[in-house]
Design a protein. Structure first.
Length: 659
């Protein structure tokens, strides 16, 4: 080794030494990084707290120890969930003899009774973080336990124990656990409140998922803004079948009978329950659950159901001489159906702490084994019923294949016969099928360059436009046709305009307006929306038009960066996740200033971005009202704009102050 390496003094290390290394103790990691535990600090995360506590009560019910659960929402955003189960243990913990088991459960991560499977055969809680996370993110938590005919209470605040466990005295007629908590405004902000309707639906769905439990709902009347009762009792002996009957109502279905049932696997400690109906002319809906936990992204249990349904129908088609059935897909069987699937398994594995997707490999085989045999009998026990369902599904298959062929022909026609006439500035995607493709209309060549590097080449096309396009609301038809930017846009979309607009010829599924997050960008976006409203309204009505949501600021504190859409969002971040910390703020002057990685992460990647869909009402009278407003604000008479500002100035000032 050369001595030259040590000829000059080493670089300065700044303030980075042993004292820079933090060790987070107790529940402090949860408060520092709530997104790791509940997915963020938004409305969904807030209601995740309610689900965590309710899931614990449901685990007691599923284990056979509780028959009743009470969910009560009170003013001041206080939620109380009570069960009549065994009650949390209150005796001293063997490993921490100076603490009760209750205090360990509430104040220490990865503590609970669901690891070894001794206290619960199946449960939704897996990692011992659920109720302790609720405690960490609540300004006040009070736990009462009725156990061994004695009542106990302990209080907490922001994860910190406020006092020792209190023994309140005998309670001969009560048992179980009560958890009452108020989410912390320091985490969720002062304006985020529990939604009674959302909690009502959550409680109701849990009762469907386990037929042996009664759930009582109660809400302070002054909190209710939607059409839900202040008090209700949910108990459904038929489980998912009761839910399906209520969901479908009197809608006509492909078969008069629903396909519902359940299968227990005692040796494998598992249970599968399902209910499926096929309403005609329906968009359908799917609900997946594991151990009463909703898994909105599906997972391995969904895969098992898809396999069971399609294989059984293919076999039934072969039995009845319908050779076309061999081409059936699971989507043909499931699309448009009303479907619920609930599984109970030991030690389930999920994609994340929020449990959105089940990943346990054994769930696939368990569900397929349970459902396949029952579905075979459902089809063959009543051949007329089986043929009716097969005919319905085959029609969907033929429609799917026909649409696919039409799209392929249209796409090939568009890309072959019009290839030479596509705008030269268009950077097209490579997919032949328009399904799941999108074109980004971006402002300027600089932003276009970043977008081209950030895009998914297979699915995303980029069309840069120069400056502010023509305001079509105040321009003549001849001037519109003569405008090069508009001509390029019409050519790229390939579906024509006005009476010649044919939405089926649209070359992309989504049109995304992606402009800078400043006032000029908003003006350009407004001009583009005016163009689509006037020249291609049917595309807007069918939901093809979107607005991207690029950030205006990048905020950095302690090595972590967050992005803010506008000043209000910036203030929210500075008052929330970055409260009390030194924040470096960088303002993006435009999309072209963002590197491709930043643009992809914040604005273009479907997994992380946010889009706003622009829609139009179907009724002509409502559309006429919208057209009148567009004409007033975008037309060639400035007096109308001035009058609108005068009429709405006071309201706009109030909203600005509130923001």
């Amino acid at each position: 080794m050369s001595d030259d390496l040590f000829a000059s003094p080493p670089p300065a290390t700044g303030d980075y030494d042993a004292s820079s290394i933090e060790v987070l103790e107790g529940l402090e990691p949860v408060r520092r990084r709530p997104g790791m535990y509940v997915g963020g600090t938004d409305e969904r995360a807030l209601h995740h707290l309610a689900a965590e506590v309710l899931d614990n009560a449901m685990d007691e019910a599923v284990a056979g120890h509780a028959s009743r659960i009470e969910v009560t929402l009170e003013p001041s955003n206080r939620l109380t969930i009570v069960d009549n189960g065994r009650g949390m243990p209150v005796d001293p913990h063997p490993k921490f003899p100076d603490k009760s088991a209750l205090e360990v459960i509430m104040s220490m991560l990865h503590s609970g009774g669901k690891f070894a499977g001794k206290a619960y055969a199946t449960s939704g809680g897996l990692h011992g973080v659920g109720v302790s996370v609720v405690n960490a993110l609540s300004s006040e938590t009070v736990v009462e336990v009725a156990r061994n005919r004695e009542l106990y209470r302990q209080s907490f605040s922001r994860g910190v124990t406020l006092g020792s466990l209190e023994k309140l005295g005998p309670t001969p007629n009560r048992r179980g656990t009560s958890v009452s908590f108020v989410p912390d405004v320091e985490i969720f902000g002062p304006n985020l409140q529990f939604k009674p309707a959302r909690l009502y639906r959550l409680a109701r769905s849990k009762a469907y998922l386990f037929a042996g439990v009664e759930i009582r709902w109660k809400c302070a009347p002054e909190l209710i803004v939607e059409d839900i009762p202040a008090e209700a009792v949910f108990q459904f002996p038929g489980g998912l079948a009761d839910y399906l009957k209520e969901q479908v109502g009197d809608r006509p279905c492909a078969t008069a009978d629903f396909f519902s049932g359940a299968q227990d696997f005692p040796d494998e400690q598992g249970r599968v329950e399902w209910a499926i109906g096929w309403p005609l002319y329906s968009d359908g809906s799917y609900s997946w659950y594991c151990n009463t936990i909703p898994t909105p992204d599906g997972g391995t249990h969904e895969a098992g159901l898809r396999a069971a349904l399609v294989r059984a129908l293919r076999a039934f088609g072969d039995l009845t001489g319908q050779k076309k059935a061999k081409d059936l897909s699971a989507d043909d069987v499931m699309t448009g159906s009303e479907l619920m699937l609930s599984v109970f398994i030991r030690d389930p594995q999920f994609q994340s702490q929020t449990k959105d997707r089940l990943t346990s490999p054994e769930a696939t085989g368990l569900v397929e084994k349970a459902v396949r045999d029952h579905f075979d009998h459902f089809l063959t026990d009543n051949m007329d019923r089986g043929r009716a369902l097969l005919g319905y599904v085959l029609e969907r298959m033929e429609e799917r294949l026909r649409r696919k062929q039409e799209r392929e022909v249209k796409r090939k026609t568009a890309t072959s016969s019009r290839k030479l006439r596509l705008p030269g500035k268009l950077t097209d995607c490579s997919a032949d099928d328009p399904a799941d493709t999108e074109i980004f209309i971006v402002e300027g060549d600089s932003a276009g360059g970043s977008a081209k590097q950030a895009r998914d080449r297979k699915r995303q096309a980029i069309l840069p436009i120069r400056g502010k396009i023509l305001n079509v609301a105040s321009a003549t038809a001849a001037k519109i046709l003569a405008n090069q930017e508009i001509a390029d846009l019409i050519q790229a979309l390939g579906c024509g305009t006005r009476k010649d607009c044919v939405p089926d010829n649209l070359r992309y599924e989504r049109i995304v307006i992606m402009t800078d997050a400043d006032v000029d960008g908003a003006h350009i976006a407004t001009l583009l929306m005016t163009f689509f409203f006037q020249e291609m309204p049917e595309l807007v009505r069918q939901g093809h038009l979107y607005l991207a949501q690029p950030p205006l600021y990048r905020l950095t504190a302690g090595g972590k960066s967050l992005y803010a859409r506008d000043d209000a969002h910036r203030a929210q971040i500075e008052a929330g996740p970055f409260k009390g910390r030194k924040v470096e703020v960088a303002r993006f002057k435009g999309l072209g200033e963002m590197n491709p990685g930043q643009l992809k992460e914040t604005t273009m990647d479907p997994a992380t971005r946010s889009l706003i869909r622009i829609t139009l009402p179907q009724e002509y009278e409502e559309r006429a009202g919208v057209k009148d407003l567009v004409d007033r604000l975008m037309g060639n008479n400035p007096a109308h704009r001035f009058a609108f500002i005068q009429e709405n100035a006071a309201r706009l000032d109030e909203e600005a102050i509130d923001a």
